[in-house]
Design a protein around this ligand. Structure first.
Ligand code: SF4
Ligand code: SF4
Length: 172
């Protein structure tokens, strides 16, 4: 009997307690976002998947196919292949990153002599297969967008971008 009376009295108490919690939270700052309509502002140095931005004027990336990024990558997820054209210039023929194995360490961006490879701010990488996480040049251009307006990194002038095979070999 006493137990039943206690339960009857507890019911309105629990309702009032629940409403109080709701009212208190109505006036607290929101900590959730309506994703994907709303998104967090990422930190300036956030490291998303590596990418190859393109120059807004030429539409080309700044890669000289030296292969330094592929050699330094601790996860061996970069593939860089090139061929020498008739003009004796080294041309990039293949550049891929297997993002499923990338540890986002950023070492590839640190060794790049032209600043061609950059960590993007992309973090929505969900796909339906592992193969889809191997990004080719077109995808890396898309992820990279256009180079931000900032001072050119050392060695990224016109001469270096159009480096001859000889010059690129010296960079190695
Ligand atoms: S971020 Fe690190 S693991 Fe990823 S491609 Fe660059 S060097 Fe390799
Ligand atoms: S280090 Fe830079 S220039 Fe060299 S292959 Fe990698 S992205 Fe291209």
């Amino acid at each position: 009997m006493y137990k039943l009376i206690g339960q009857i009295l507890y019911a309105p108490y629990s309702v009032v307690k629940g409403l109080m919690i709701t009212i208190v939270h109505m006036f607290r700052p929101k900590v959730t976002l309506q994703y994907p309509d709303e998104r967090w502002t990422l930190p300036e140095h956030y490291r998303g998947v590596p990418s190859l931005p393109v120059d807004s004027k030429t539409g080309r990336d700044k890669c000289i196919a030296c292969g330094a990024c592929a050699r330094v990558c601790p996860d061996q997820v970069l593939t860089v292949n090139s061929e020498t054209g008739e003009d004796k210039k080294r041309k990039l023929t293949e550049f891929t990153i297997n993002a499923s194995k990338c540890s986002f360490c950023g070492l590839c961006t640190e060794v790049c002599p032209t600043g061609a490879i950059r960590m993007s701010k992309h973090y929505e990488l969900a796909v339906e297969s592992r193969e889809a996480m191997v990004y080719d040049l077109d995808e890396l251009h898309r992820l990279g967008g256009e180079f931000p307006e900032e001072p050119e990194p050392e060695g990224s002038d016109e001469e270096t971008i159009g480096a001859t095979t000889e010059g690129a070999e010296q960079a190695q």
